[in-house]
Design a protein around this ligand. Sequence first.
Ligand SMILES: [Zn+2]
Ligand SMILES: [Zn+2]
Length: 180
Amino acid sequence: MCKYNQITICPFDLGDWKWRDALQNALKEIFDIEVSYTVEEPIPAYSYSGNREQFAGEPFLEKLFTLRNDPKEIMLGITKEDLYAPGLNFIFGLASPAGICVISLKRLDNRFWGLPKNDELYFKRMLTEAVHEIGHVLGLPHCPDPHCVMHFSNSLADTDEKGYRFCAKCEKKAKESVCR
Ligand SMILES: [Zn+2]
Ligand SMILES: [Zn+2]
């Protein structure tokens, strides 16, 4: 049974962000549903951990939950800050079955790793992480196929290897959860 009919992207403090239209169009094409933006939101202040110099992912989800207007809406938060979850050094993203997810762009940028800037790679990674977390929202677990977007990423090398496309099995499951 289908559960969701739209994706709403929430930019957390992204400012003048050049990927806005590209991400919207790519997600629209992949999931074949409406994709829109909320207004810019501030980073949830209580998410910051001074010890870790990172931001907890959970408060972003809580904020997104309050911004959600419709149970058929998937909320995707985007931040440039580095995210973590308890017990993990960092996370690329986080999803809840309640229709909400968030991704961090921090480690998707080559410059984080002391490498030269690469816009094409950066956007591909952003799309891969966004599709992966939305896939979790749609109820998909991790997939053993290393070229499927639902494969687990331990590192950026895994993210680059898998890419942003679903394998046939996951694609079928994802499409069933989207209402048209
Ligand atoms: Zn995952
Ligand atoms: Zn798969």
